[in-house]
Ligand binder design. Structure first.
Ligand SMILES: Nc1nc2c(c(=O)[nH]1)N[C@H]1C(S)=C(S)[C@@H](COP(=O)(O)O)O[C@H]1N2
Ligand SMILES: [Mo]
Length: 505
């Protein structure tokens, strides 16, 4: 006899459970890096609708950084825990990818086998029937076994809701938070109420999904467990095998929790290795899904002057005396004698460009939303010169030049292993350099760049999160390979927080 629940159904169900644990726990790690939620795009202090921190964000810009807002979560709760946003994001990416693949197999087979009829209601009767079940539960009763064929109306509604409403909502709002998507299809992000709308809905969806999972597991054990558990484990309603099924189900839950927590400690035991493995597994997905999206902030009409934020969060404070007396001296004289060093090719010349030299080059202007991978956003109008135009001044691209390195006068805020802070830098691959919206900005909102936002010159790479956008630039140079600089990961946030070189999501 064919089982009611075929093997593919039981397998995808189990994998879904394991993967949901990874996705949720890594999601909580991401929340812990900025435990606040807004509906407004500028994330102004005090306008959060919910927060999980007592810290107060000063109203004044440029004195508090989002990195200072990061909270440390326990590895028992989050993946991996202990303030590891970079690794948490890699785990989220890997977990989501596998969860999506597993979900796709499940949905395709569900429709191919006709089993969808069990969970998708096809009659309006489902509402009064579900109401009847609900009133029975609310009276601390249990609907009789005849209701379940194999599911009762209330189950059908909640399962359909979880699979066909909640999961898609989480997927669609997750996608909306990628800067690569926003810089190419800004209207799509606005559909969700902007980045903060998408982020808040993603959070609410997560809470609902968590409640669903807890209720679902609880009820399986409380309501006709002798019927449910053999069904779930063996695929058949063999109440004689209830004890066996109960043991296997409970054992699986305990093993899953051990696995989830084990992954945290395994990750923390060698964070550099964990980053290497996780980035190697997630980078192909990034390239495949986001690599082709080229930003077009210069031609879009979604964001206008009206969207420009009053408030702009800061990450990284202006260089202090122990970071760069040189930059401080330039600041004191209004950057009159400041020069951008452009060069780097072995044996090649180094140009020294003043702000007037840069202003003499063709100007690019656009309104764009900045997103920090920690979660905050701000909209500004940026003005500057395309990075490519500046590199062109050096002549044809040197044969061995494969990347561009941009270095700041300032230092990293903090290294993940608390060693001495390195000079802040970011390396860009050629596809990032060639994008229309990759500029060296000297203006924001039609005024010279603010001190705390990177004066006199900062990088903008709209397809990427903020960590690529070096502030207080000192130099730009062609390099052959980033393995030779810093820790060899291609940027300060890559070195200091184990983030990915590719900041498109
Ligand atoms: N020199 C320097 N540049 C930097 C940083 C930094 O710490 N130092 N932080 C980066 C990060 S993580 C972000 S999100 C943006 C923040 O830009 P803002 O402070 O102008 O809002 O700057 C980027 N550029
Ligand atoms: Mo950031």
């Amino acid at each position: 006899m064919d089982p009611d629940f075929p093997l593919w159904l039981r397998t995808t169900h189990l994998l879904n459970f394991l993967l949901m644990g990874i996705v949720l726990r890594s999601g909580w790690e991401i929340i812990s890096s900025l435990p606040r939620f807004w509906w407004r795009n500028d994330c102004k202090p005090g306008t959060e609708w919910i927060k999980f921190t007592r810290r107060k964000v000063p109203q004044e810009e440029g004195v508090y950084t989002s990195l200072m807002d990061e909270r440390s979560a326990s590895p028992l709760l989050t993946l991996p825990g202990n303030k590891n946003i970079g690794l948490g994001r890699h785990w989220h990416g890997l977990g989501v990818t596998l969860w999506l693949l597993n979900g796709l197999v499940y949905v395709v087979l569900l429709f191919a086998t006709g089993l969808w009829r069990r969970i998708v209601p096809t009659s309006w009767d489902v509402f009064p029937d579900a109401w009847e079940s609900l009133t029975i539960y609310l009276g601390f009763g249990v609907p009789s076994i005849e209701h379940f064929q194999p599911y009762d109306a209330l189950q059908m509604l909640t399962y359909t809701g979880a699979v066909f409403i909640l999961a898609p909502l989480l997927i669609l709002t997750g996608i909306a938070m990628a800067p690569a998507v926003r810089s190419r299809f800004p209207w799509y992000v606005e559909l969700w109420g902007g980045h903060q709308g998408a982020r808040s809905l993603h959070f609410i969806g997560m809470v609902l999904m968590s409640v669903f999972i807890l209720m679902h597991i609880g009820l399986v054990f409380l309501v006709h467990a002798d019927y449910n558990l053999p069904h779930m484990v063996f695929g058949v309603t063999d109440t004689a095998r209830y004890a066996q099924a109960f043991t296997i189900a409970l054992g699986t839950i305990v093993a899953a929790i051990a696995l989830w927590i084990g992954l945290s400690y395994l990750t923390l035991a060698d964070r550099v290795r964990a980053r290497r493995v996780l980035v190697a597994l997630t980078e192909p997905v990034r390239i495949l899904t986001l690599g082709w999206m080229k930003p077009r902030m210069g031609t879009q009409r979604t964001y206008t002057d009206r969207d420009i934020s009053e408030y702009h969060w800061t990450n990284g404070l202006a260089p202090t005396a122990d970071e760069s007396t040189e930059w401080l001296a330039h600041k004191a004289t209004g950057f009159r004698d400041w020069r951008l060093e452009v060069g780097g090719t072995p044996g090649g010349e180094t140009l020294r460009l003043s702000l007037d030299d840069l202003r003499a080059l063709p100007k690019t202007e656009y309104i764009a939303v900045h997103s920090c991978m920690q979660g905050w956003t701000a909209t500004s109008k940026w003005g500057g010169v395309r990075l490519e135009n500046v590199l062109d001044l050096l002549g044809p691209r040197p044969e061995n030049a494969r990347y561009v390195m941009v270095t700041s006068h300032g230092l990293a805020q903090e290294m993940y292993d608390h060693r001495e802070r390195e000079p802040f830098y970011a390396v860009l691959s050629m596809d990032m350099v060639e994008e229309d919206d990759t500029i060296l900005a000297y203006e924001r909102n039609d005024r010279p760049l603010d001190i705390h936002l990177g004066a006199p010159l900062r990088l903008r790479v709209e397809s990427n999160h903020g960590y690529k956008m070096v502030k207080w630039i000192r130099s730009i140079e062609w390099i052959e390979d980033y393995a030779d600089y810093g820790d060899g990961r291609g940027g300060t946030r890559e070195d200091a927080a184990l983030q990915a070189f590719n900041g498109r999501i």
